[in-house]
Design a protein around this ligand. Structure first.
Ligand code: PGA
Length: 305
């Protein structure tokens, strides 16, 4: 049987997600490229590995066998990469880091500062949603994750390293702009432009209002903080975002923060790893860098709350 590691890796991702689209996203490939690898693997095996029932794909019996072996092979490949990484030390090492959508606003600055300390390191940075981050951790597809507090009960180690205040933004000409100590009831008729349901920002915001017995009017949902800021600026509603997503909008007077009772919602950013994972030296060095004073100082000087 003539097959390639590439075909097996692609197959493993499709079989795990039972979706060509999600596998293509994870591997940063196009969907036709994924389909081609699967077709070639099926040709090599001489049997179909997936079958389509309605809109869903399922593994055939041969597919289940190949999945079993491809998972073991993928795990071994990753272990081999880790051993090689460990031998390289920090300089020359490669850091695999994944961050929540919102953390993108500061992650690149931290990486730039780290790479000034260790100029021979390289990175791959994946910016993705909370669900994918948790999948990547459980499949050992990343070394370190920066996200809001992960759910309890998973095999993860999570260390808080920085505050993450959530604020209410409004267009500069909003009737409540500039007022102090605005009560929650004063915003109950406002409409809000909010992040998608699975986002950490959205979960924290929902919890905040639920605890206070409030139901917000959240008709407009967007998966990007930039889109929310633009929508708020354009007058589509108020927004709730992490202070870290605000760049020059406040200075330029395009957006204002509303001083609403209970805000900012105080959250934290966490560095998350798989429990028991032996971090490659470069990931350990980045971890220590984030916990150190230089990074804290750098982040504080860039923060506005
Ligand atoms: P998010 O940010 O809203 O982009 O998911 C992560 C978090 O705050 O948990």
């Amino acid at each position: 049987m003539h097959l390639t590691l590439r075909q097996l890796t692609v197959f493993e991702a499709v079989a795990r997600h039972l979706s060509y689209t999600r596998a293509a996203e994870e591997l940063h490939l196009s969907q036709p490229a994924v389909s081609m690898q699967i077709r070639q693997l099926e040709d090599a095996a001489g049997l179909p590995l997936f079958e389509k029932l309605g809109k869903k794909i399922h593994l055939t019996e041969a597919g289940r066998e190949v999945f079993h072996y491809s998972q073991a092979i993928s795990l071994q490949l990753r272990e081999m990469e880790e051993v090689i990484e460990a031998l390289k030390g920090v300089q020359g090492g490669h850091l695999r880091i994944s961050v929540a959508t919102t953390a993108n606003y500061f992650a690149t600055r931290l990486l730039a500062a780290f790479s000034r300390l260790y100029p021979d390191t390289t990175f791959s940075l994946d910016i993705t949603n909370r669900k994918t981050l948790l999948d990547q951790l459980s499949n050992n597809q990343t070394d370190l994750v920066i996200m809001g507090k992960p759910p309890d009960g998973l095999d993860l180690d999570a260390t808080a390293f920085m505050e993450n205040p959530l604020v209410i933004i409004a267009p500069a000409d909003h009737a409540l702009a500039g007022q102090e100590k605005i009560s929650l009831s004063a915003i109950k008729d406002e409409s809000f432009v909010v992040r998608e349901l699975q986002s950490g920002t959205r979960i924290a915001m929902e919890r905040f209002f639920e605890e206070r017995g409030f139901r917000l009017n959240t008709g407009m949902e967007m998966t990007s903080n930039a889109a929310i800021k633009h929508a708020v600026e354009a007058g589509l509603g108020l927004g709730i975002v992490s202070i870290h997503t605000l760049e020059l909008e406040l200075e330029a007077g395009r957006l204002v923060l509303l001083d609403v009772d209970g805000f900012p919602i105080q959250r934290h950013w966490y560095l998350v790893t798989r429990r028991g994972k032996r971090l490659p030296p470069v990931a350990r060095a980045f971890f220590d860098f984030l916990m150190g004073e230089d990074a804290a100082h750098m982040m504080q000087s860039g923060m506005r709350v």
